[in-house]
Design a protein around this ligand. Sequence first.
Ligand code: MN
Length: 227
Amino acid sequence: MDYVVPAAPQPSVAVVGTSARFPVRRIYCVGRNYLAHVREFGNDEKAPPFFFAKANSMIVEDGAAIEYPPLTANYHHEVELVAAIGKGGANIAAESALDHVYGYAVGFDMTRRDLQQAAAKKGHPWEIGKSFDNSSPCGPVYPVAKVGHLKEGEIQVTVNGQVRQHSDLNLMMWDVPHIISQLSQQVTLAPGDLIYTGTPEGVSAVVSGDTLVGSIAKLGILTIKIG
Ligand code: MN
């Protein structure tokens, strides 16, 4: 195939236990999936979680240093369980949704909070606050064959060694099967899709020079330095 401009490379992340990589297709994120995080911003506790998206080129791998992004003075970490889709489908039933998961990883849904909130106030899309260069750090994928499915377990992020977010996966409002089922009613999922499943309370600002270490039980750690 000839292209008139250079074609984008295929973004991918490492997979534990193999040199083969997980090719990233689309990135979806769940908003407001932990009650304590809904409360810390005074959002509607009765409203169901919802989805937004990032481009696959916004993936950053474990160990990377990333630039402090432009336009923001309130750059936040959100540590999240990431589900990596291995089998696609539309209108997937919650009962069979876990069959579609290849594995799991630790992710950061990096957020320009000031821009996100300003956009929300105007009724504009969240795009500028959520979808920007290097906004989707993702650790290595742990295959289900190795770790099983994660319904509970500690989720945490430290900044320069200090705990900022600490919770448990069992506090998600929608669990992974219901997230997949809901999302697959909106779009057809395919192998390579990543779903960031929402963040617990404790989100806070980071600055240049900070080191973020995210961890989830059974999934190791994700380390990112802000350059
Ligand atoms: Mn998030």
